[in-house]
Design a protein around this ligand. Structure first.
Ligand SMILES: *[C@@H]1O[C@H](CO)[C@@H](O)[C@H](O)[C@H]1NC(C)=O
Ligand SMILES: *[C@@H]1O[C@H](CO)[C@@H](O)[C@H](O)[C@H]1NC(C)=O
Ligand SMILES: *[C@@H]1O[C@H](CO)[C@@H](O)[C@H](O)[C@H]1NC(C)=O
Ligand SMILES: *[C@@H]1O[C@H](CO)[C@@H](O)[C@H](O)[C@H]1NC(C)=O
Length: 207
């Protein structure tokens, strides 16, 4: 099976390295993108824990961008409702709106877990790329061949409407909820130099 495994982890609304996402694994067991630059296992978060008290839904997402702007991008996300129940989706992003690709989510996500535990958000999505051929045509046309290109990754997190889990657009003003993007492009492949690549160039910017 040709697949990509994403592991996104975040403390509250922020990325953090969990045991399963220790920096020590970076460049050895997996390629990584940890931030802010030069952070350690202890400092890769940095946001006050009071965000955990927000009684709301929240989401954690990674977008694949051809340029470094949001627009015509494919997004993999876990959305958590107010009870901490999470679900994984593939969605499509235009500059100012996003919609979930429900057929693609069902066909291409082979396995996923979305856990909110002790205030941590953790999202794992195992994507079967070969199943793309089974996806409804309209949705399929929105999903690029992820393995054939190199991508600017956008790491986005934000709040969701508690009752419905509908995502609220990420913050457009500077701050912790501003998206991070890689300053270099990343490939997903079984056998290429990028397999264990650790991303070191990154920025937090308006997109
Ligand atoms: C990160 O560490 C490298 C190597 O020590 C250094 O050159 C670079 O300036 C540091 N970057 C930041 C943002 O601190
Ligand atoms: C990426 O950008 C190039 C150049 O703008 C374009 O030709 C190509 O179709 C784009 N690919 C995707 C998957 O959007
Ligand atoms: C996805 O769409 C295809 C094509 O329309 C359809 O055959 C398939 O049953 C759909 N899958 C799900 C899980 O609904
Ligand atoms: C948008 O993305 C799709 C899927 O990768 C691609 O086929 C299409 O060419 C892109 N459209 C534009 C305008 O870049």
């Amino acid at each position: 099976m040709l697949s990509i495994l994403f592991i996104l982890a975040s403390l509250g609304l922020l990325v953090h390295s969990l045991d399963k996402f220790s920096l020590q694994e970076c460049g050895v067991e997996r390629g990584c993108w940890a931030f802010p630059p030069n952070c350690t296992d202890e400092t890769c978060d940095g946001l006050a824990k009071d965000v955990l008290l927000v009684d709301a839904g929240r989401y954690l997402a990674v977008g694949f961008s051809n340029d470094s702007m949001m627009g015509n991008d494919t997004v993999f996300e876990c959305v958590f409702d107010q009870n901490g129940i999470g679900a994984a989706y593939i969605s499509h992003n235009e500059a100012t709106y996003n919609f979930q690709l429900l057929n693609a989510s069902q066909e291409m996500i082979a396995r996923s877990s979305a856990d909110l535990e002790d205030g941590w958000m953790k999202c794992e999505i195992d994507l079967n790329l070969l199943s793309k051929e089974k996806v409804d045509e309209q949705e399929r046309n929105l999903i690029p061949e992820l393995q054939d290109d190199e991508w600017t990754l956008l790491f986005v997190r934000g709040l969701a409407i508690p009752e419905t889990g509908e995502k609220i657009m990420h913050s457009l003003t500077p701050g912790e909820l501003f998206p991070w993007s890689t300053g270099e492009k990343v490939r997903f492949c079984e056998n290429c130099p990028d397999k264990f690549k650790t991303v070191i160039k990154m920025q937090q910017q308006q997109i």
